[in-house]
Write a protein that binds this ligand. Structure first.
Ligand code: FES
Length: 199
């Protein structure tokens, strides 16, 4: 029985059909698998390799290059704390030290209850709100130590379930345009004339 769900497999096959070469769909399919499990499990990697026609080692090699894809188990919430220049000047290292104390883990670790992974991140492009973090890709900025503790408490209690989905969820609303195009149900984009006007 496949590890990936029927839905994930069918969406993966639709993604493959979007590209001239199946391996071009590798990263989007890795995200689908990560959405299912929270990280890329070895059995998922095997099946992804099969779908795109590469070896599991190639899937692992590609996935391990990207920070957004996790090839080891992570917590339900991955907290990425930026320590780059703007955040560092606004107290990021002090916040990191505090976060490690609050969560009782070092950066790179996961809490024993599987709720939180803490990682140190490079600039996450929210310098105006330094010091800032992402939780599963969602931004929280201008964080004091007490703000951080409150955030952790709210996440733990489920108060932010509408704001921060479990790790791996890129978007709660699916785009259908590309997949419809595969099935021939979407109109082709209008051709543009030399002057840029639609024909
Ligand atoms: S330096 Fe932290 S978001 Fe840019």
């Amino acid at each position: 029985m496949p590890h990936l769900s029927e839905d994930v497999i069918s969406r993966a096959r639709a993604l493959v059909a979007l590209y001239p070469k199946p391996r071009s769909a590798l990263i989007p399919i890795c995200h689908l698998a990560q959405e299912q499990d929270g990280w890329l499990r070895p059995e998922a990697i095997e099946e992804i390799a099969d779908i795109v026609g590469v070896t599991p080692a190639e899937v692992l090699g590609t996935a391990s290059f990207y920070d957004l894809l996790h090839t080891e188990p992570v917590g339900k919430y991955v907290i990425s704390l930026c320590t780059n220049v703007a955040c560092m000047l606004s107290g990021a290292y002090e916040l990191l030290e505090h976060s490690e104390k609050t969560l009782k883990i070092r950066a790179g670790g996961t809490t024993s209850d599987g709720m939180f992974t803490l990682e140190e991140a490079e600039c996450i492009a929210d310098c105006n709100n330094a010091p800032c973090i992402q939780v599963n890709g969602r931004y929280f900025g201008k964080l004091s130590k007490s703000d951080f503790d409150k955030l952790v408490e709210d996440l733990r209690n489920g108060n932010l379930d509408d704001v921060v989905p479990p790790h791996g969820t890129l978007c709660r609303i699916r785009r259908a345009v590309g997949l419809e195009a595969v099935n021939g149900t979407a109109a082709r984009p209008a051709q543009r004339s030399r002057r840029g006007r639609k024909k």
